[in-house]
Design a protein around this ligand. Sequence first.
Ligand SMILES: Nc1ncnc2c1ncn2[C@@H]1O[C@H](COP(=O)(O)OP(=O)(O)OP(=O)(O)O)[C@@H](O)[C@H]1O
Length: 606
Amino acid sequence: MNLIRKPFGYEPIVTRDDLKKSSKKKVEKASDWKSVLARIWKLVDEQRFLLIIVLLLVVISSALALLGPYMIGIIIDDYITKSRFAGLSTIIGILVIVYVFLSVAMYLQNYWMIGISQQTIYRLRTGLFNHLQKLPVSFFDKRQHGELMSRMTNDIENVSQTLNSSFIQVFSSILTLVGTTVVMLLLSPLLTAITLVIVPFMYVAMRWITRRTSKLFKEQQQAVGELNGMIEETISGQRIVKAFSQESRMLEEFSKKSERLKRAGFWALIYSGFIPKVMNFLNNVSFTLVAAAGGVLAYYGQVTIGEIVIFTEYARQFTRPLNDLANQFNTVLSAIAGAERVFGIMDERVEIDEAMDNKDYKLKGNVTFEDVTFRYNQEEESPTIQHVSFHVDAGKTAALVGATGAGKTTIMQLLARFYEVNEGRILIDNIPMANLPRHTLRSQTAFVLQDPFLFEMTVKENIRYGKLNATDEEVLSAAKEANAHDFIMKLPNGYDTILTADGGEISQGQKQLLSIARALVADPALLLLDEATSSIDTVTELKIQEALERLMAGRTSFVIAHRLNTVRKADLVFVMKNGELIESGSQEDLLKQKGKYFEMMTNTKI
Ligand SMILES: Nc1ncnc2c1ncn2[C@@H]1O[C@H](COP(=O)(O)OP(=O)(O)OP(=O)(O)O)[C@@H](O)[C@H]1O
């Protein structure tokens, strides 16, 4: 059979075929590890001096770890076997001091290294988050949220783990291996060769085990990921699960995934549990070989008893760094690859405002599109927005109508400068948008979307999101104006009620009232509204309409209109089709034209 073994009824999940396949796969490596390390070094920043001290401490502790057994050899040869006791207490005292220093040096190197690594990771994490805030919307369009989350969490955690422990371990293991080999060679090349005899066996055994465990741990991680994904999905979508009576199917699927995790966990622990046992066994073999060969060599006067003791101690010290290095190798490589991915995001171009002259400019709200053409993907042949020109005077309302996919939302996104136009230009108060800093534009623009996003914070803080320094009175009066005050007062803690991230405990209509209050607090010059298509009860609908009218009064507003009433009240109506502005004018003018708008109206489709 092609399976490895089957104890406790668990089907092994690593077959020989799997191993053949996995051995062909390379360890994840950074393409330019030198520049990654140089950038991490830069992040270490003012703690570089401390890092150098840590490295010096590692050198000192590795030397002290070599010195201890060497001194024990001297004590045996020069004092114990010769029955010479004068000076013995002094050398034992020195030995105690060596071990005390060794412990202190190891404690300090660990303490400082954790400090350095946490500070470095703090800089990396906040640097990445800060960079993400400045990246254009187009960057997020191209990437999955899960992937970005993974950069922010897994990759950074990997780098953190490596800096915390692997860095010191790798450095000290190399020093210990080199130091031990050099001292052993100086004492007796023959005994050194006997000590090193076990190394190839150790390599083969470790390779045999790690090939299996790495595959199993990956499988385990994957199973945990899938299980978490499923838990998240079933919790957030539990209404749908219940509505379609899918509970038992979900449980069945969950059990399958859970079973896979159980099997992977079982085998991963079984194989990884072999490691210390095998190492211990080989250590004992080496110990026995050195003792036996040492005994023979001592009989012929080739080595002293003290030297045999030194060798047996060194043989014991030898396997640990070898084991550590083998364990750390992949961790370090994958952490460098993770750091490279993080730096890759940090190298993405951010939104830069070249023109800072108009920083404090107060918008009036005149909007002009001059022959604007825009493509989301530059490779696309037909642009999403094609040669669109219009003008809206400050304080007026423009309704955008057209079939789904016509480009209405895109016009709004261009108005907020989420994307740059490819041809033509947009002017605000006759200032080309490129000359208006994004912050100036966006801080005076408000969005009211169909499905408003609420943050996991209090109602008050959610309203204040539009203007962080708004007073409680301003928040209250905005909520009243937005017709939101009454329902807020009925919430368990009124304005201090904490909403969940998706605002699950309040209705869709109430969410919209909150987002209108948020826009009112911000007091913007430019309003971008996406009218809700979902049916909301008539009372709330009226409240929303009333609140919106108050919000729109005196501000330039662009509304993606789904209601006839909204279109009627608009000063201008823009009819979009396939990215083109095919008709524009007041509702009466358009009806008189008897064109596309008239056709839409007579078919009662907006
Ligand atoms: N981020 C994006 N990347 C690439 N293409 C996009 C993106 N957003 C929208 N599009 C495409 O641009 C076109 C116009 O979309 P837009 O959302 O502006 O239409 P819309 O008129 O607002 O439609 P709806 O009424 O359904 O919201 C569509 O074909 C859409 O697939």
